[in-house]
Design a protein around this ligand. Structure first.
Ligand SMILES: *[C@@H]1O[C@H](CO)[C@@H](O)[C@H](O)[C@H]1NC(C)=O
Ligand SMILES: *[C@@H]1O[C@H](CO)[C@@H](O)[C@H](O)[C@H]1NC(C)=O
Ligand SMILES: *[C@@H]1O[C@H](CO)[C@@H](O)[C@H](O)[C@H]1NC(C)=O
Length: 382
């Protein structure tokens, strides 16, 4: 701007003295007023001077532009693109398949979202989900105040018949737990917004009792829970489970333990070792073979092991179909093989097998009295 103004004034031959212009410009002005035979010399000097000024200014603005890029606080040059709105329950970076507009988001906000996705729903495939869930930070300390949470993972067909009891259990303990629901894929009822189960369904698939699809559902639940970096303990529950102790007791028992509660034992009977297949060798030998209840409680490190395992999973998937029930053997065998010191080898869900048969006792309304619960609770407390 300054340069072009100077040029205009020179062309008019009526040079003023702009405060910003240096001594050489003043000199030009004086020579101009003298006029006459020195006109050519003056023109050459003026051209030279102008070229120099123009060059300096061009160079200046060029560097200015570059500095802006390197030290940019300028929003238009440093931004994290984010996908918004088009698929509400799907939050980045967990969004693999939704298209949306790109908007500007301060980076720290997306980091928080990364550490604890608010929505349980997303559009990742199982493969993408397991991959993401298997990531483990290599720096031990968290860059935020981490209150460890217990992830309660419900593997159900539809509605939770004992939901109201669970609502009472969780009441006033927000921030200490997370809930995940794996239901039949056709079940799409959403509880009222006031419920602790609202919006906690994860993308689910068909599950068949005793088949690999049951393990897939468990792994899906674990993987979703792992996406929240505050989840430390992972409890697998069925729709028939009820809590026998209050939240405080359950929470402190689990959080203060350095062991998992996953039943795992060597059962020499046909319904134990009898289910082992020779084709599993050499990856799994008969001495590795374990049995345990499907309903487990494990800590984060063990959960990562379960979602990232490919080796044992593939062997089980191929060779352990009914009458080999994958849900009674896969996780116990895997954990005993890979992280034996992290497991107590017992589970903390109670099931009554005393009446025999392949299904445990089903308690009905008339079976459950205060005296019955008191008896069970006090016998478990010891
Ligand atoms: C996800 O992607 C697949 C393949 O690109 C496409 O067929 C499908 O419609 C997409 N789903 C959604 C919800 O956008
Ligand atoms: C939870 O249960 C424990 C032991 O049974 C008891 O001491 C405690 O007071 C209970 N807490 C609440 C909040 O009810
Ligand atoms: C768990 O804690 C006990 C003591 O409370 C300790 O002896 C044991 O080595 C710990 N186990 C692991 C795997 O850290």
């Amino acid at each position: 701007m300054l340069v072009s103004a100077l040029q205009t004034k020179l062309a008019d031959s009526r040079i003023m003295k702009p405060a910003e212009v240096t001594a050489s410009a003043e000199e030009i002005a004086i020579r101009f007023r003298r006029g006459g035979d020195k006109v050519i010399r003056v023109t050459i000097s003026a051209t030279l001077c102008l070229s120099t000024i123009f060059f300096v200014f061009t160079l200046g603005s060029y560097f200015h532009g570059h500095m802006k890029t390197y030290f940019a606080s300028s929003e238009e040059q440093l931004y994290i693109p984010r996908i918004v709105n088009s698929c509400p329950p799907c939050l980045p970076p967990y969004c693999s398949n939704c298209t949306g507009s790109v908007s500007v988001l301060p980076p720290q906000q997306s980091v928080r979202e990364w550490m604890a996705p608010r929505a349980a729903w997303h559009s990742m495939t199982d493969q993408e989900l397991m991959w993401q869930a298997s990531m483990v930070p290599q720096i031990q300390e968290y860059p935020f105040n981490r209150t460890p949470k217990v992830a309660f993972m419900f593997l159900t067909r539809g509605r939770l018949p004992l939901g109201p009891l669970w609502e009472k259990f969780f009441k006033r303990h927000e921030g200490l737990y997370s809930i995940y629901l794996h239901t039949s894929p056709e079940f799409n009822e959403e509880p009222p917004e006031s419920s602790v189960f609202f919006g906690r369904r994860i993308p689910s698939k068909e599950v068949q009792w005793g088949r690999a699809s049951m393990i897939d559902a468990e792994r899906r639940l674990l993987a979703n829970g792992l996406l929240d970096f505050s989840n430390e303990r992972f409890v697998l529950l069925s729709e028939a489970c009820i809590p026998l102790f209050n939240f405080t007791t359950v929470y402190s028992y689990l959080i203060n333990s350095n062991q998992s509660f996953l039943g795992s034992f060597d059962d020499p009977r046909p319904m134990g070792r009898g289910r082992y297949r020779k084709q599993m060798w050499p990856i799994i030998s008969l001495s590795d073979w374990r049995k345990g209840s499907q309903w487990f409680e494990i800590q984060r490190k063990v959960a990562v092991e379960v979602v990232s395992d490919q080796t044992y999973y593939n062997v089980f998937r191929e060779h352990c179909g009914p009458p080999c029930y994958m849900d009674e053997h896969y996780v116990p065998t895997l954990v005993t093989k890979t992280l034996p010191s992290m497991n107590s080898n017992r589970c903390i869900t109670w099931v009554d097998w005393s009446r025999g048969g392949s299904h445990p006792t089903l308690f009905r309304r008339r079976d459950v009295s205060e005296a019955f619960l008191d008896r069970e609770v006090s016998s478990k407390h010891t």
